[in-house]
Design a protein around this ligand. Structure first.
Ligand SMILES: *Cc1c(COP(=O)(O)O)cnc(C)c1O
Length: 722
């Protein structure tokens, strides 16, 4: 098959290189489309909007823009100068010197990545964090490559039925219709990676999403060479049963290691596992050490690679940690484990906390801990909680943990991805280019403390208006009659709650006092308040679905109609609208179950005021001057039900007595000066601290650099020890 036929539009940027084509606007537009840097570059997005506004707005997919431009070349000619300028800017971006020279090469593995809405291979916070990790690594010039899976049916598209219940729809993704390229081998044919399965090899081909300077390699088993059921391994994200999950994690981990080998030298010096889904990568890296004669036993091999492996755990909720029964592990690993000469029982020990507890299942988290010298949680509080949960697990078969057995690197967000257009323009006027170039630098943001309140208010109002317009349109489309007329963008207070409907996040806490909530939303025409919800429940999380249904039905209740709205199908696009338009970002997890949370970080960057339980990142960020905290002074020993009741009371009290009055307290210019003081202080103090640039620089200093310099070996056995 000719590679060219893979490209619906005939412009494979890989094959379209030569001096002449560099100046061809079609080539330039393809180069812009196929580098996902557009997902955080307003300039490139403005070009797509100019070339094919209808296609761009409908699909948020630049490959559709490219197709439209191919059909109507006049559009290219009309925009040639803008295309050339954006292309030149991308080239400058790609060539910029690294911010911190000397960071070792890293392979970053994750089951999900959220880069842009046209690549639906994520479900929530873990994926968003991974996507933002890659974007900051690219901006900073870290030599990082990423490994994930291409889900043809992704996560699900959510709709709501008449009863207010969630329905899930799965749409097939055609990789050649989105910004993905096939990875080729030296002979120019698609690279295939084989993963050992019982009695056969399962093949994966590799798609590359180019994220600025970082390549994201996605393994995909939907191909003719595979048995039909093997083609389904990478079909759904977090779908299927344990069997499917295990097979998926074999493709991600073992396939990921084999992919690194197939990509050739130089091999990454550090492997970073984002959550335990990829931890089989350690088994394959260890197997290579044995095969190449660097290690005699499997345990030796694990001890050799551990100094180069880092593991980040993301949840204190038990269901978030995969664990497989012994017979399932044996069914898949019986032949594979013989490649490194170990018995089933020894393999099981790698996945057990108490190695001799025959009843313990094989935990992917324990394997990750046993394989990694560097382990961390994702907020300071979560670091402490994780140490309690996972303490005492050593490397290999040792039960003596590394000296620093659980570090904490607090999560962040990628500033340029989440900032809204009006706030971005305000930052540019107030701060110059510094906030873009060094978003992690507190000095770059300091002037926001004294930003002009009038200008801040107009930027906030413009972003609020964009959200309310969207909510109104969606509510009409869903047959819910739109927003009430008093919800006007220049007057209303907009409260937002958006996240996965996991029960510990307690989305319905506000509905515990329906009469008081109804008064808050509708009691005073001078003080219009809107409350907007969005979020998906995992398809098999029945309690989570019940909470969702309760919220949806509240949105249909005449007491709340037009003021309490539920937006279907929460994804990164809806998230952007919400975090950019919200005045108040609500977060109500049951402490300490929210490892970090990041949506609040996105909202405060855009000038929202955060109202949240003291959990995750807010536990370390909260100051009375900038936002509000729930559950202060409640004992960690309180029973969950009692905590829920206490915090439900506290939340509605707080909104009635402090939050709503503060927003409507206006000065003689009609501006809520005290409110904006909180907003400015939040932006100035929290944006740099909770950026992924700060996070990546911390990973570099505390984990990547020491792991890369370890005197052992490279991960990947073919290289000789230094
Ligand atoms: C930011 C984000 C999340 C994570 O939000 P939390 O605060 O961790 O709940 C989840 N989903 C989407 C689409 C996001 O943009």
């Amino acid at each position: 098959m000719s590679m060219f036929s893979l490209w619906s539009n005939g412009y494979d940027p890989l094959h379209h290189v030569g001096e002449a084509s560099q100046h061809d606007p079609r080539f330039q537009l393809a180069a812009l489309a196929y580098n996902l840097r557009w997902s955080w570059d307003q300039g490139a997005r403005a070009v797509f909007d100019a070339v094919a506004p209808e296609e761009w707005r409908r699909t948020s997919n630049p490959v559709a823009v490219l197709d439209a431009a191919t059909r109507q070349p006049g559009r290219l000619a009309a925009n040639a100068a803008a295309i050339a300028a954006a292309h030149a800017d991308l080239q400058r971006y790609l060539a910029a010197p690294p911010r911190r020279p000397g960071v070792p090469s890293v392979a970053y593995c994750s089951a999900e990545f959220a880069i842009a809405e046209c690549l639906p291979i994520y479900s929530g916070g873990l994926g968003v964090l991974a996507g933002d990790h890659l974007k900051s690594a690219s901006d900073l010039g870290f030599p990082l490559v990423a490994i994930g899976l291409l889900y043809r049916y992704g996560y699900f598209t959510q709709t709501i039925n008449e009863a207010g219940a969630q329905r899930e729809r799965y749409e097939h993704l055609e990789p050649t219709r989105v910004p993905l390229r096939p990875q080729l081998d030296r002979s120019g044919t698609p690279l295939l990676v084989g993963v050992p399965f019982p009695g056969r090899t399962v093949w994966a081909r590799i798609w590359v999403a180019q994220v600025g300077r970082v390549p994201l390699y996605l393994l995909d088993t939907e191909m003719e060479q595979n048995r039909e059921d093997d083609g389904w391994i990478t079909a759904h994200l977090y779908g299927g049963d344990q069997d499917t999950r295990l097979r998926q994690e074999m493709v991600l981990g073992i396939g990921g290691a084999r992919l690194l080998r197939a990509l050739g030298e130089p091999r990454p010096r550090v492997v970073h596992m984002n959550e335990g889904h990829s931890s089989f990568i350690a088994m394959e890296l260890a197997r290579e050490r044995i095969e190449d004669g660097h290690a005699r036993t499997f345990d030796d091999a694990l001890l050799q690679i551990a100094p180069h492996l880092a593991f980040t755990t993301h949840t204190p909720v038990a269901a978030g940690h995969d664990a497989f029964p012994s017979d399932l592990v044996e069914a898949y690993f019986a032949a594979y484990r013989q490649l490194y000469g170990i018995e089933h029982e020894q393999l099981m020990r790698m996945g057990r906390r108490d190695q001799n507890a025959a009843w313990e299942r094989f935990s992917m988290t324990i394997l990750a801990l046993r394989a990694s010298a560097y382990r961390n949680g994702v907020s300071q509080l979560h670091g402490i909680v994780s140490k309690e949960m996972w303490g005492g697990v050593g490397n290999g078969l040792s039960d003596v943990p590394p000296a620093d057995e659980m570090d904490a690197v607090t999560n962040g967000i990628h500033t340029a991805t989440w900032v809204g257009p009006d706030m971005s323009a305000l930052f540019e006027r107030t701060l110059g280019a510094a906030w873009r170039e060094r978003p992690d630098d507190p000095a770059a943001w300091r002037a926001m403390e004294d930003a002009d309140p009038g200008e801040l208010w107009s930027a906030r109002t413009a972003q609020r208006a964009r959200l309310l317009d969207r909510v109104h349109q969606m509510s009409l489309r869903e047959g819910l009659g739109g927003l009430s007329p008093e919800i006007q963008p220049d007057r209303a207070l907009v409260l937002c709650f958006a996240r996965r409907f996991a029960t510990y996040k307690r989305a319905a806490l506000l509905l515990e006092h329906p009469d008081r909530l109804a008064r808050l939303l509708g009691g005073d025409p001078e003080r219009p308040v809107a409350l907007i919800f969005s979020g998906k429940a995992h398809p098999r999380d029945e309690p989570g679905k019940a909470v969702l249904q309760r919220v949806v039905n509240a949105a249909r209740d005449p007491r709340f109609r037009g003021k309490l709205v539920f937006l279907e199908n929460y994804d990164v696009q809806i998230a952007r609208f919400m975090v950019q338009g919200a005045d108040v970002w609500l977060n109500t997890p049951r402490r300490p179950l929210e490892a970090s949370g990041t949506s609040g970080m996105k909202a405060v960057l855009n000038g929202a005021v955060h109202v949240s339980t003291l959990d995750g990142w807010w536990d370390e960020a909260y100051e009375p001057e900038i936002g509000w905290a729930l559950g202060r002074g409640l004992s960690d020993a309180l029973e969950p039900d009692a905590r829920d009741r206490a915090e439900a009371d506290e939340l509605i009290d707080l909104l009635e007595s402090q939050v709503v009055p503060a927003f409507f307290r206006r000065d003689d210019r009609g501006i809520p000066a005290d409110w904006l003081h909180r907003s400015r202080a939040s932006i100035a103090r929290l944006s740099p601290r909770f950026s992924t640039h700060r996070m990546l620089l911390e990973y570099a200093e505390r984990i990547y650099e020491p792991a890369g310099e370890s005197s052992g070996v490279r991960v990947g056995a073919s290289a000789t020890p230094r």
